[in-house]
Design a protein around this ligand. Sequence first.
Ligand code: SF4
Length: 527
Amino acid sequence: MSSPPEFERQLERTGEVGTLLLVRPEHLDRRHPERLGLDRESDLLLTVECRADFETPPSHKQRAALLLASLRSHAAALEEDGWRVLEHRLTDPFGATSAAEALEHAASRLAPDRLVALRPPGWRDLEALEALSLESQLEIAEDPHFVTTPEAFAEWADGRKRYTMEHFYRALRRRESILVDADGEPEGGEWNYDSENREPLGDEAPEIPARLEHEPTEIAATALDVVATELSDLPGELAGFAWPTTREQALAELDDFVRRRLPHFGRYQDAMESDEPWLFHSRLSAALNLELLDPRELIGAAVEAFEVGDAPIASVEGFVRQILGWREFIRGIYWHQGPSYADENALEHDGNLPDFYWTADTEMHCVAQSVGQVLEHGYGHHIQRLMVTGNLALTAGIEPRRVDDWYRGMFVDAFDWVTTPNVVGMTLYADGGVVGTKPYAASGKYIDRMSDYCARCRFDPGERTGEYACPFTTLYWDFLRRHRERLQANPRARLGLRNLDRIAADELEAIARRARELRQTWGVIES
Ligand code: SF4
């Protein structure tokens, strides 16, 4: 008879359990057990790794390594803190296919008095937990790692016709007294410094600091080996992994950002540059979404840099807006809109995702750069995500579900609550305007203005048809043509439609023909 799996052995060795707490890779704050009222002597923490987390949708190898390494490091840190920890490893022959299954099995064996899980990262996980048949009722605790809660968002949203991020953000700044004076007015006189934060890199830009490289810890090195051997079919490259996997490394990354990048972050936050994946961006989103860092400490560090004169208000406000404004807003939208939100498809797009999203093999230099760095690092900054890979998916008419799967798998910071509303709502306008006030479709001229990409490309962003026509430009005009009727009711789309009306009928036909050829060549639509 073969010996029982390690998970079973651990269960056999575990004594009586008062409370059993499920710990997942998105809840790595060491304070959680105490905040939830757990006791080191009587209670047990269950960490769960499983293949399904990385295989559906296919996860970038670095994302899988980051989650495994961070969860295992967290388990070790909790044990150091005196907690009892039970680990279900990805390679365990017990082979739980989901966190819910591992929890159900552990609960049936241990019969704890109380079962607790923090709010999971998405509707699928929440529904799986809620569907469990357990002796004790499972308590889903609110995650204190956010500045606001889904309930508070629902109260704010109640009775509003439109959900405007700017209104939500200002209310939160006042409530939390962040960058406001004693009268509740904005620091520096303005709520929004976006107009100062839209510069391309140009010749005058300061030198871009080198990335802070984190030498993998022993635990991280083991996790990298697991990915290399057990998950070798996943996309993306593993070599060059340098993401923070511990709280200490994440704090070093925060310090590096505030000292070396934040002063220039705002000005160049929308810029793109060949072979410069990081620019002045923080690279903190993964550590933040894993809860190795708290949003309040990021905001506090940035505000302090402003107060001591180390960073200008436009940079600091731009950063605070991303964390306190956009991040909290988008999470509120996700939980407020419900589980069907991920399937919305207001523009009725049903195209396939082109192969170059997996290979970066394309003559479009902007796409080769943006996808190439995703494959190399599991990372792209917000303008690459929105205006290059996202803009192309929108204007080419790719099915939102397929695009969402790509983003949910391929970025190290991806979780459903943050990725789905950013993709389905903001990027693809598939929610019909809940998140964005208009589709973020743009021609190659936008990319040319914000980057050096077009200067190094064989296509011309100013050309709509012909051999050198930029595919973004062709698809942008064709997108407006195909959706003219639907967009007419939207005041923010009218300028684009007026310009469309100025294009002669024969050129419009040529645009439609070329757009169709592109979509067929890429496999978006059938030939
Ligand atoms: Fe991208 Fe078009 Fe510019 Fe080429 S010309 S880099 S395809 S936007």
